[in-house]
Write a protein that binds this ligand. Structure first.
Ligand SMILES: Nc1ncnc2c1ncn2[C@@H]1O[C@H](COP(=O)(O)OP(=O)(O)OP(=O)(O)O)[C@@H](O)[C@H]1O
Ligand SMILES: [Mg+2]
Length: 502
């Protein structure tokens, strides 16, 4: 659906500031619709046609029945509506009359309110309703309608919507959550049944009418600030140990002798205790998960330390190497848990794992006669723990292989680059070395070594991805700034892992 600014740009001569004023009005008008129990529509004059009006926004009341099932945004005012809108626009006053609405054979009424910005009428806000579906008038209805009229008056005087940033309306309380109407001295004139119930929950059962919120024992700083600043104020407060209230106080501002004066206010009140309790629970759940990752890491570190001790007592070089490799694999997994234990959620920036992993491999595989340089290029984005753990194990094996097989001990060291990229919900990892290359006739499927078996199982089975192992091309080496020494061809192991975004 087109936004107000798109529609305004395309069909009207409204300036950017005027459009912003209308957008501010629309972000606040849920309250107005609720106060008048009716649908509200916003009409703007169309370029080059003095009596053609485009609907740029529409809202329904949460307190009453809607007149229109369809959405009128983007359509023009009907013949029956035009005269009223025209009259309101040119007389700068509120006009109300019956209108004929196609498809609805009952008395429909429209109230047209000129929207003024910097002294100029820029749009018409209409309230459209049917008498038949109207509510039984009681005190609530009378009070709300009276408040609606006060806000309508502010719209004509250009003082509603308020200038400046509008508070996030998605969490703001609505009229149906509970409304308290205050007079010019900030005394309660009326409290809706839901507001009364909210007050009851915090132990205030006295009749609120005639008293200030402070006298009632309700935190009233939002009211004080709204009266002082001539602006709506949102405030959340813990009224009691168990009850958290979210309040929004909207002042009614009149111009008296050219000076603004607050002559009343509407305070919307919502009990957000349950919401906040859930927030706190989620927070503590996060902390628990982090703590578990931390403990898993500690346990893995203990295991790897024990294995290392055991390895030292071994005589056979082969056994020593096998244990050392196991230690490295366990430390890799420990590292993932350590990183996860510092993250608030269950996903982590992959690069935060890859960098320390390279350091780990560097530390353990480095030797003076085989100096190795490791580098990461690119970024792997944020990945869930379920992907990160197997990938880290895979990466360790590939790095180990690059060192072991690319650069035989006697021939000196070289470079290994890990290249990361996310493309079309697929993670691409390339491990490129400038070593001597894979043996002739090498076939990945035939490999029975533990390293590549682990890689194959994790990538194809656990991650549903694919592996290709091949000699590096000259371009690939150049792209990551590698120049193999004479005789070396270099190897690329290329992994593709699909990422299923929820
Ligand atoms: N980067 C590489 N450059 C050259 N050859 C490689 C490379 N990576 C793997 N290979 C080849 O693949 C073979 C199998 O590797 P794999 O990791 O499965 O076993 P391994 O390293 O020999 O033993 P393990 O990892 O179980 O200790 C290696 O022997 C080697 O020939
Ligand atoms: Mg290996």
């Amino acid at each position: 659906m087109a936004t107000i600014s798109e529609l305004a740009r395309e069909h009207t001569e409204l300036t950017k500031e005027q459009t912003t004023h209308l957008a501010n009005l629309v972000s606040e008008w849920g309250m107005l619709a609720d106060l008048c129990f009716a649908d509200l529509l916003l009409y703007v004059p169309v370029t080059g046609d003095s009596d053609n009006w485009l609907v740029v926004a529409q809202v329904r009341a949460a307190t009453g029945q809607t007149l229109y099932i369809s959405d009128w945004v983007g359509t023009m005012a009907s013949n029956g509506e035009r005269p009223l809108i025209w009259e309101a626009f040119h007389s700068r006053s509120i006009v109300e009359d019956e209108i004929f609405v196609e498809g609805i054979d009952e008395d429909c009424r429209m109230m047209a309110i000129p929207v003024v910005f910097e002294g100029e009428v820029i749009a018409i806000l209409t309230r459209e309703w049917s008498r038949r579906t109207g509510r039984q008038p009681g005190e609530l209805e009378r009070t709300y309608l009276e408040m609606f009229d006060r806000f309508a008056d502010m719209i004509i005087h250009g003082t509603f919507p308020f200038a400046g940033r509008v508070a996030d309306s998605s969490v703001a309380p609505r009229v149906g959550d509970g409304a308290i109407v205050l007079d010019e001295n900030a005394r309660v004139r009326y409290a809706s049944p839901n507001a009364t119930s909210a007050l009851h929950r915090v132990g205030i059962s006295a009749n609120a009418v005639g008293q200030t919120l402070a006298e009632l024992g309700v935190v009233d700083s939002s009211v004080r600030q709204a009266f002082e600043r001539f602006q709506p104020v949102v405030e959340e407060f813990e009224q009691t140990a168990d009850v958290t209230l979210l309040a929004r106080c909207i002042p009614i501002v009149d111009e008296i002798d050219n000076a603004p004066l607050v002559t009343g206010a509407v305070m919307l009140l919502r009990d957000v205790s349950e919401l906040r309790r859930r927030d706190r629970m989620i927070l503590s759940k996060d902390a628990t998960i982090r703590e578990i990752h931390h403990r898993v890491k500690n346990n893995l570190q203990t295991i790897s330390a024990l294995l290392r001790l055991q390895g030292r007592r071994l005589e056979s070089a082969e056994a020593k190497a096998a244990v050392a490799e196991s230690v490295r694999r366990i430390r890799t997994i420990a590292l993932v848990h350590e990183t996860l234990s510092r993250e608030p959620g269950d996903d982590v920036a992959f690069i935060e794992i890859v960098r320390p992993l390279l350091r780990l491999v560097e530390e353990s595989l480095q030797s003076p006669d085989r100096p190795m340089r490791f580098k990461v290029v690119g970024d792997g984005g944020r990945l869930p723990a379920t992907v990160v753990t197997p990938l880290s194990v895979v990466l360790t094996e590939l790095l180990q292989n690059a060192v072991d097989h690319g650069f035989p001990e006697s021939e000196g060291g070289g470079n290994v680059v890990v290249f990361l990229e996310i493309m079309e919900s697929e993670l691409r990892i390339e491990v490129i070395d400038d070593g001597r290359g894979i043996p002739d006739g090498f076939n990945l499927a035939d490999q029975t070594g533990l390293g590549l078996s682990i890689v194959r199982t994790l990538v194809t089975t656990e991650l549903a991805g694919s592996i290709v192992m091949r000699p590096a091309t000259a371009k690939e080496l150049k792209d990551v700034e590698l120049t193999p020494r004479a005789g070396n061809t270099g190897t690329v192991i290329s992994l593709r892992v699909p990422l299923n975004e929820e």
